[in-house]
Design a protein around this ligand. Structure first.
Ligand code: GLP
Length: 263
């Protein structure tokens, strides 16, 4: 696991965007797994800038979103559909037919979830999955207690998550209580994982996920079992990490090595 501790939110966003851009440039038909929430906003902004100013090309990229609220119309201002189009898709040259977001309005939810998994497989699997983290350590909407082998399914949101997301809906009562989410098992099959975390409010979740035991009570801790994970945090989100100085030292060594090798 690589842990990159950046100075602040902007540097975290820039670092994550560079990782994604490198992936897309090295494999133009990359299959990207995408996340929502306030954390990846800066990353998406930077990707849009790179597309406009540096010709970062998404024309052959396919995307799969992690999750979507259940029974929230895609046109709702707080749906993850709206979020993705407003914050990323409208600013880059992805083909609409290459975009997949869970359908929260699906009549046959189980059938839809099975089909979503099948579509990911058909696309060749996720090359890189971007993740945020909830304050309870969840990834996607895999709340505490989610099986670490879980697949795409309907999930009940934890009380804390409903409270956290109320800031987007104005009123807690408006927040959907259910969501369709990729499972932890689905996420773990991506070839690379990039987890973003920003702010003091995430420090405990980050510490438990990276340095705590692997447990279904903190679903992001499953990432410890993945062979290719990069965690990008700002200083506040990293503030509770016991081995913080070591992670900084490792990155400094890598930089020196790369400079020497002319990479
Ligand atoms: C929701 C999303 C997660 C996201 C989390 C944190 O629960 N389903 O994918 O990581 O919120 O959101 P934020 O980045 O706004 O803190």
């Amino acid at each position: 696991m690589r842990v990159i501790i950046t100075k602040d939110y902007n540097q975290m966003s820039r670092t994550a965007a560079l990782i994604i851009a490198k992936q897309v440039r090295s494999k133009p038909s990359t299959v990207l797994g995408l996340a929502t929430g306030s954390t990846p906003l800066g990353t998406y902004k930077e990707l849009v800038r790179m597309h406009k100013k540096e010709r970062l090309d998404f024309s052959n990229v396919r995307t799969f979103n992690l999750d979507e609220y259940f029974r929230l119309d895609p046109s709702h201002p707080q749906s993850y559909h709206t979020f993705m189009f407003e914050n990323l898709f409208n600013g880059i040259n992805l083909k609409p037919e290459n975009i997949s977001i869970p359908d929260g309005m699906a009549e046959n939810v189980e059938g839809f979830c099975t089909e979503y998994e099948r579509r990911i497989k058909l696309a060749g699997g996720l090359d890189l999955q971007l993740l945020g983290i909830g304050r309870d350590g969840h990834v996607g909407f895999n709340e505490p207690g989610s099986s670490l082998g879980s697949r795409t399914r309907l999930k009940t949101l934890a009380e804390e998550t409903v409270r956290d997301n109320a800031r987007f809906f104005g009123d807690k009562k408006e927040v959907p209580r259910l969501a369709i989410t990729m499972g932890v098992g689905t996420i773990m099959e991506a070839r690379k994982l990039v987890l973003l975390a920003s702010g003091q409010g995430k420090a405990n979740a980050v510490m438990k996920s990276i340095e705590g035991p692997v447990t279904a009570q903190v679903t992001a801790s499953a990432l410890q079992l993945h062979p290719s994970v990069t965690v990008v945090t700002d200083q506040k989100a990293a503030s509770m990490l016991r081995h913080r100085r070591y992670y900084l030292y490792v990155e400094k060594m890598a930089e020196e090595y790369e400079a020497e090798a002319g990479i």
